[in-house]
Design a protein around this ligand. Sequence first.
Ligand SMILES: Nc1ncnc2c1ncn2[C@@H]1O[C@H](COP(=O)(O)OP(=O)(O)OP(=O)(O)O)[C@@H](O)[C@H]1O
Ligand SMILES: [Mg+2]
Length: 489
Amino acid sequence: MPTLRSATASASPAATPSPAAASTPRSVKRRLTPGRAGESPKASRHTSPHRSPHAGAGTACTPKLLSASPKSSRKRLYGDLVAAEKPKWNPRDPAQMRAVKEALHVATVPSCELVCRDNEQRRVFEFCKACIEQEKAGSLYICGCPGTGKTLSVNKVKESLGRWADEMGMETPDSLAINCTNLANTSEIFSKILGQFQNRKKGSSKLSPLQQLQSMFSNEESAPRRMMLVIVDEMDYLITRDRAVLHDLFMLTTCPYSRCILIGIANAIDLADRFLPKLESLNCKPFAVTFRAYSKDQISDIIKHRLKVLEYDVFEPLALEFCARKVAAATGDMRKALGVCRSAVEVLETRLQDSDQELGIVTFDHMDIALSKAFKSPIVDSILCLPQHQQMVLCALANTFQHCKKKATTLGELNKSYIEICRSTQVPAVGMLEFSNMCMVLSDQGFMKLGQSKEDKLRRVTLQIDISDIGFAFKGNRFFQKCLKQPRC
Ligand SMILES: Nc1ncnc2c1ncn2[C@@H]1O[C@H](COP(=O)(O)OP(=O)(O)OP(=O)(O)O)[C@@H](O)[C@H]1O
Ligand SMILES: [Mg+2]
């Protein structure tokens, strides 16, 4: 049985202390502030990751006031606080149901600060801030598993930078966000960047967009004076056989008059190891920030934080904890956690249709159903957490066993199938030794079984998981759909 998260997230997630978890003096709880009873005094915290005294201006999260019920004056019982009673959620009320689903929707960007990513945001912010202050180009590489808040955090940092620059009376940097999944080809990235500088009229240069950028940034007169924040998301898609696009991209920040702050975001944890050594030798090694998978407590804090815009409780605490525990043990993917919570709300909604119960709350049972729907197979989640090349080996295995009844192959044959995938996706293949090591790791995790042989290439390989789990894991992923001969779900 594969060990969940063993490949990427075995290091325990960054234990960013959750402000909500900090003990709150009772005297503070008792104040009639715009927070709920029991809420920590976070309103005074700065919202942006930097420590500017003005940082939080305009963005502080202001949960709705509790309606002042007569009960709220019932404060003390034997000198202790009795929490003000919250209004009850009425899941039959369409407006309330909509609000709950919206708060749990992945596309809903929290309007206030992000919890559990303070440290990462601060590092990204400080990096950009230093570049702006020194009017110097720089590059940053952000990596982490899916749903760990990379894109969201970078967007929040971008907003904070704008506010900070305003407050400091500095010129706000221009910004350009590119999602590489939308590029027709990898080198289109350079025309996108160039387009940002030449938005008025297109030059009729014979030079390629990359050459035009290089020449622009190497000439004091032609180089734009304003700092430019270039956010390149889903950067995994830029990996080509020779990694030239990636190198050229990062090299742009080393041109003498470049004012680009390049932020590359990718999933592959090992991408850094693969291409950073080369960049280091080219003297353009980016500063790196890793987003670790969310822990159980972080998932739980984030969900609670997102639900603070509502006046009522939606989940039984135990139900929420159950979801956080399961998701953290599988992938630590916040997207998944939100999806499960929404699905649990829908389970309750369906149940209510068959009963005359007026009020309701999502219970452990509802969550249990939602979780079993989401985690049909824990293997799927562990596949999603593997480094990209190991995932490609699994695709090679699936391709090998897909069209025939045979249950075993050899390491040599598997290697051929893997190389074929690398060719079709233009991802540089690793050498035989590294390939063999990857297979041993996959074997240790229970994805496949490796037999013994004097010659590595002759070692017998058998698949130990259901082939459909591989197809299911990569369903909807364009890159892996290319790897799999015939996607299976
Ligand atoms: N700290 C957080 N607070 C609130 N919501 C969060 C947080 N982190 C993640 N989310 C939610 O999870 C969703 C996924 O986050 P995000 O898109 O930033 O992940 P990612 O790391 O960029 O994933 P991918 O690698 O798949 O692009 C967000 O849209 C947001 O709804
Ligand atoms: Mg993202």
